[in-house]
Design a protein around this ligand. Structure first.
Ligand code: DAH
Length: 339
């Protein structure tokens, strides 16, 4: 019987030589010390021994049990330490690594968009976005531009089908919004617009932000106040705004808006071609036909609208000579902004 005890001890010593994980240890512990484990089996055998041999055998089995318990405790410690060592190795951070990935920067047009949107939101305008693929109706007809209207020639359009096109102006959002919501309305809609055009100051895709406010008693003064506020924020507090009469089918009256040149402060330089002024955007009072097209009583309500070319703003603000730089994704160019 004593050989049996030795044999179990030997078997255990052999099995516990290699390092064991937590789960393996538990299994092994059950095998030796569990309810139907080897030690329990030994104890059960006591009754088969002659009575005089029983105490000595019992003592030996207890010795074995004590030995196993101590070893298991030690093995558990070792296994924990090994797990910790492995996890430290896995999660090791090499603090000697010097080349960190370079930090990104916001695109200049994104910076302008964010600046204008933050400004407008602070004045109670809501920022909305609309579809880039638009219907002829929202892009033109709802805006008082019927088929064959010469104003369509001003915007060289990419057509998808006869009635579906890539929107040429964010003004397309005006009717979309006014159809669904009734005044008072104050919204801005930034987004991409598309025209078949390509040179240093025109790109087939560019960015506009449309502003629209409709309520009772909105006047051209409200428009001028809002645009002055935007211009001062974009180009500096000394910036002045002037309105020149213009024409857009969806506004009456319509204005072309100039700001004093941020480069020379209005004295005249190469950026403003000596005039001291830079043409910035189109605006006006929403044409009664547009209001009526959207079911808004033009006798009761009036509104102003404006459309700003955000690429143009970024070009003036940051002194960028060619609009195409915005779309070439050259990191040497893009890295200079948004730091
Ligand atoms: N949509 C015009 C364009 O792309 C710009 C514009 C002019 C927008 C007058 C307006 C506006 O809202 O009132 O040329």
């Amino acid at each position: 019987m004593e050989d049996l005890i030795e044999a179990i001890k030997l078997k255990f010593d052999l099995a516990s030589k290699s390092s064991l994980g937590g789960a393996e240890l538990q299994q092994m512990r059950a095998k030796y010390l569990g309810k139907s484990g080897e030690v329990t089996d030994l104890l059960k055998k006591i009754k088969d021994l002659p009575p005089e041999e029983r105490p000595a055998f019992g003592a030996k089995v207890n010795e074995l049990r004590k030995y196993l318990e101590d070893r298991f405790a030690a093995l558990a410690e070792e296994s924990k330490a090994e797990e910790m060592r492995l996890s430290l190795q896995r999660e090791r951070v090499d603090i000697s690594l010097t080349s960190c990935p370079s930090r990104g920067a916001l695109h200049p047009v994104t910076l302008v968009e964010k600046q204008i949107c933050d400004l407008m939101e602070a004045m109670g305008f809501e920022v909305l976005s609309g579809p880039e693929i638009e219907t002829d109706y929202y892009n033109f007809r709802a805006l008082n531009i019927p088929e064959d209207h010469p104003a369509r020639d001003m915007q060289d359009t990419f057509y998808v089908t006869e009635n579906i096109l890539l929107r040429t102006q964010t003004s397309a959002m005006q009717a979309r919004v006014m159809e669904r919501r009734k005044p008072p309305l104050k919204i801005v809609c930034p987004g991409k617009v598309f025209r078949s055009d390509n040179d240093a100051s025109h790109s087939p895709v560019f960015h506009q932000i449309e502003g629209l406010a409709v309520d009772k008693n909105i006047t051209l003064c409200d428009l001028k106040g809002t645009l002055s506020y935007i211009a001062e924020n974009l180009f500096g507090p000394q910036t002045k705004v002037r309105f020149r009469p213009s024409f857009f089918p969806f506004t009456e009256p319509s204005v072309e808006v100039d700001v004093t040149c941020s480069n020379c402060g209005g004295k005249g330089c190469s950026l403003c071609k000596g005039t001291g002024w830079i043409e910035l955007l189109g605006a006006g009072m929403v044409h009664p036909n547009v209001l009526e097209n959207c079911g808004i009583d033009s006798g009761k309500y009036s509104g102003y609208a404006f459309g700003i070319g955000m690429d143009r703003v970024a070009m003036i603000k940051y002194g960028i000579p060619d609009i195409r730089l915005f779309f070439e994704n050259d990191q040497r160019f893009l890295k200079q902004f948004g730091k």
